[in-house]
Design a protein around this ligand. Structure first.
Ligand code: ADP
Ligand code: ZN
Length: 610
């Protein structure tokens, strides 16, 4: 079996070895054991069920939440010579019947199906007579109410399984690693003694960076200008921000499109396609965009606003570099975003299916997750270490491949300033036991004469104006640092206020020093590199891929991924058998496109010699 598996991986998908976890998960499913596979976005979950599906008798059903994902996966499979189909609301009734009829006659090995279809009479009737040997549940966290993407229709999967005379083996896959969600998946899908496998969450090809630009828009434009050949996603927190950022990019001649829940279905679909088919280079979107988007050649993901949690962040940022090529994930942080996120969490009406108390719990947890997100944005330590630590993984203290590791640091002793901040909070604590928010504390320290400051009598406190003339953003960062160091505590809730902690006494009375580390990323010089790869043979192969993609009306990355083209440009195959050694080139694709690419390589090399 082992040889057979590898040979199939090679022949069908064009890969010479398994990635971490794929082998074990495949084996378990083939032996009839359920699995729960937790792997980060881009790690290669699909292979874990597609490969065993091809080696098993009968049909594999894949439950998947999004129409676009199914379409994409099915065209990728078809390109690789695998008989596959999908069943969802995008089919007309006649098409739907036709797919079921063909499925009945054994035309497909793999059928993607939307969860809400599982309970329909037609489908159950089909399933009754079909030989369904495996059920794979993609994005399995959608079944959990604790997750961010709860979909009630996912609960139907269990009914479907229970209604089978012969229970298929079940594979559940997700990128969400929290214990609650994992437990929910096992319980609600009733997995039987599953192989639980969580692979490492590190994505070594992703470069992480956090910036606090004065002007986000110009920072974004400069960033995109430094990545001239790449396509990327810009995530914003609100629809309004999407509209504004997208319009500004278009004004600056950048080929951009947009996506959010406020657009008509038709426009959303159109814009999504424009991005996937590389007609628009940049997608500006809310977090409504992306789940199930498989586009593998995304070179960067910028967060224009901070997301609500590290789970969200890692999933969204993880859409960069799925093809294994180097990619960049930049987060533009501003304090205002924290407040926006807080409001989005506390004002959301919540999940109707939950009781009042449960809803409160959910909100509480979301606020905790938000705090962790803020910690990520304000740490001076290694960003990768922070992310991996959050997912419970140990990591080297410095990765050498993130904005914080790769930056100029200057340390400054701010003990005196810290003492002034802390005494101001102490005064406020004794005068206003409820405490004041960061903004007012800052105004007090800066000696603002705003009405509210005077009304509250802050100007009568001895610390009024103690840090007059300090840059406001700078003062914010110092306060953030004191929070991180545990000298100050910011209460959660809708209107967080600052209080002193016992730790503050160390700084105020016992000579503990406070050191502030200013971080200046060196990204500008560094990011110039990847673009260079776009020249030469790689560029020529890309152009060829684009023209074939246009002709066949499929996304370019479905034909060959960027990683495959990079490898091809490096190996410069001259024959069919050499071409098959390129990573990502399987038999069927080699047959279909091989000649065109070999010709292009030969032409390029002849030109080079001339
Ligand atoms: P996920 O669903 O986990 O986000 P995918 O299944 O979409 O990830 O795979 C991500 C990318 O990795 C795809 O381009 C896929 O072709 C590639 N890939 C998967 N397995 C391998 C492998 N063993 N070797 C090389 N590339 C792989
Ligand atoms: Zn690092």
């Amino acid at each position: 079996m082992a040889a057979q598996k590898l040979e199939l991986l090679r022949r069908c998908f064009g890969y010479s070895e398994f990635r971490s976890g794929q082998d074990e998960l495949t084996d378990a499913l083939l032996s009839g054991r359920d699995v729960l596979g937790v792997m980060p976005t881009g790690a290669g979950k699909s292979i874990c069920y597609q490969l065993p599906a091809l080696l098993m008798r009968g049909i594999t059903l894949v439950v998947s939440p999004l129409i676009s994902l199914m379409k994409d996966q099915v065209s990728a499979l078809t390109q690789s010579g695998v008989a596959a189909a999908y069943i969802n609301s995008s089919l007309t009734f006649a098409q739907y019947r036709e797919v079921l009829r063909r499925a009945q006659s054994g035309a497909y090995k793999i059928i993607y199906v939307a969860p809400e279809r599982l309970g329909t009479a037609d489908f159950l009737d089909f399933a009754e007579h079909a030989d369904i040997s495996m059920l794979a549940v993609d994005e399995a966290h959608c079944i959990s109410q604790w997750g961010q993407d709860f979909r009630p229709s996912y609960l139907k999967i269990a009914d479907f399984i229970a209604s089978r005379a012969r229970r298929p083996v079940i594979g559940a896959f997700t990128a969400t690693a929290t214990d609650e969600v994992k437990a929910d998946i096992e319980r609600l899908l009733q997995l039987r003694d599953p192989l639980r496998l969580t692979t490492g969450f590190d994505r070594p090809n992703l470069y992480f960076e956090v910036a606090r630009p004065k002007n986000k828009q110009s920072c974004l434009e400069a960033f995109i200008a430094r990545h001239p050949q790449q396509s990327g996603i810009v995530y914003c927190a609100t629809r309004k921000a999407v509209e504004k950022v997208c319009a500004d990019l278009l004004d600056h001649g950048i080929s951009a499109t947009r996506y959010h829940a406020g657009l008509e279905d038709e426009e959303r679909q159109e814009n999504q396609d424009a991005f996937i088919y590389d007609r628009a280079r940049v997608m500006v979107a809310t977090n409504a965009f992306g789940m199930g988007i498989d586009k593998s050649n995304v070179g960067f993901v910028v967060h224009y606003n901070m997301p609500k949690s590290i789970e969200n962040y890692y999933q969204e940022a993880g859409r960069a570099g799925r093809d294994g090529e180097k990619a960049e994930c930049l987060l533009l942080f501003s304090r205002g975003d924290v407040q926006t996120a807080r409001l989005l969490i506390t004002n959301s009406s919540g999940n109707e299916a939950l009781s009042e108390l449960e809803r409160e719990q959910v909100t509480g947890r979301e606020l905790q997750r938000l705090d962790k997100m803020v910690e990520y944005c304000t740490t001076s330590g290694c960003l990768r270490a922070a992310l991996l630590g959050y997912f419970g993984e140990s990591a080297p203290e410095r990765c050498g491949n993130c904005g914080n590791c790769n930056s100029e640091r200057t340390e400054r002793d701010i003990t005196v300033e810290a003492q002034k901040i802390l005494s101001a909070v102490a005064r406020v604590d004794s005068k206003y036991p409820y405490g004041l928010g960061t903004t007012l504390i800052m105004k007090l320290l800066l000696g603002s004469s705003e009405r509210r400051v005077i009304q509250l009598g802050l100007d009568t406190l001895p610390t009024y104006g103690a840090l007059r003339g300090t840059n406001q953003a700078q003062l914010r960062e110092w306060i953030d640092l004191l929070i991180t160091e545990g000298c100050l505590q910011s209460t959660g809730g809708e209107r967080p206020v600052l209080h002193l902690t016992p730790e503050a006494g160390e700084v105020l009375f016992h000579g503990k020093k406070v050191i502030y580390t200013a971080i200046k990323p060196r990204s500008a010089e560094r990011s110039a590199a990847p673009a260079a790869a776009d020249e030469g043979l790689f560029g020529a192969l890309k152009a060829l891929r684009m023209s074939i993609a246009r002709e066949e009306n499929v996304p370019a990355y479905i034909i060959f991924t960027n990683a495959a083209l990079t490898d091809m440009a490096a190996k410069r195959p001259r024959s069919f058998s050499e071409l098959l050694k390129v990573s990502g080139v399987g038999q069927v694709k080699a047959k279909r496109y091989g000649k065109a690419f070999l010709d292009e390589i030969a032409r390029y090399m002849a030109e080079e010699r001339a």
